[in-house]
Design a protein around this ligand. Structure first.
Ligand SMILES: C[S@@+](CC[C@H](N)C(=O)[O-])C[C@H]1O[C@@H](n2cnc3c(N)ncnc32)[C@H](O)[C@@H]1O
Length: 258
């Protein structure tokens, strides 16, 4: 295959790959059900028609809204500020999925419901999600552990429950080295200290093996690994802290609140 043909083939294959942008994250029905049930409990939506105006090729601005409807949906996150502005201006009731990290980014009148839940959408993308609504009156921020737990419970049910393998200190797997390197630590282990190993004797009766194979390590190498692992652990918990001051103007604003 020449370069041109190769490019063409890649474009062809690309078309069939599920898109992973947040705008293409379709909501698993069980996640939607939890959110809908939560809205029923927390907001007064009895008798209201629930609308989901966000879908491929949709145009949420041209939908006929009235006081007897409520929008409960997962919108394209890239235009969520303008969606909130549109619904607030038209007086349309809404409860929307929202990007967690930029939840406070738009200075508009809505309640931010912080759940910080990792939702796995239908395209496989894992997106930290929170919510926004105009049905919670004077509440500006609601950190809701109850909703978070309900959503997390779904994630746990959907997870394949693989056992975690715990190996003796003298066994080296690639993921063990990776966990050191990923925390910014480097490590050298010498050939003379390692013996290739596919499977521990204790794994044979269970027909299990070291995933991706590994090595038996000398006590010297095992000690070196343990030291690096504990340094890596320390590095992972140590974070640089930057302290920001309040200005006189900000202090004056704060005095006037409440
Ligand atoms: C995050 S997805 C969620 C889809 C669906 N609401 C769900 O909960 O699974 C957002 C959808 O909104 C669509 N969309 C983008 N712009 C839109 C617009 N102006 N009006 C309505 N839908 C739009 C996107 O094509 C995408 O299908």
């Amino acid at each position: 295959m020449n370069i041109e043909e190769n490019k063409e083939y890649e474009t062809f294959v690309e078309k069939f790959k599920p898109k992973k942008t947040t705008d293409d994250c379709y909501t698993p029905p069980e996640v939607y059900e939890v959110v809908l049930q939560y809205v029923r409990e927390k907001c007064n939506i009895e008798g209201l028609k629930v609308l989901r105006p966000f879908y491929p090729g949709g145009d949420y601005e041209s939908v006929q809204y009235n006081e007897n409807c409520v929008v409960i949906d997962n919108p394209p996150f890239s235009i969520i500020s303008q969606i909130i502005r549109f619904y607030n201006a038209k007086g349309v009731k809404y409860f929307l999925f929202a990007p967690h990290l930029t939840l406070f980014s738009t200075n508009q009148d809505y309640t931010a419901i912080v759940t910080s839940t990792d939702i796995v959408y239908e395209n496989g993308a894992k997106v930290k999600t929170s919510f926004v609504t105009n049905m919670m009156g004077d509440v500006k921020i609601l950190g809701d552990a109850e909703l978070r737990n309900r959503l997390k419970a779904i994630a746990n049910t959907n997870k394949v429950n693989l056992p975690t393998y715990q190996y003796p200190n003298n066994v080296v797997t690639v993921s063990r080295i990776a966990s050191i390197v990923e925390k910014g630590e480097s490590i050298y282990l010498m050939k003379k200290d390692l013996a290739f190993c596919r499977q521990l004797e204790s794994q044979k009766p269970h027909k299990k093996a070291l995933f991706g194979s590994g090595f038996l390590a000398s006590h010297t190498a095992a000690k070196e690994l343990a030291v690096k692992e504990s340094t890596a652990k320390e590095l992972a918990t140590k974070k640089e802290v930057l302290y920001w001051e309040l200005s006189d103007t900000e202090r004056t604003i704060i005095k006037q609140l409440g």
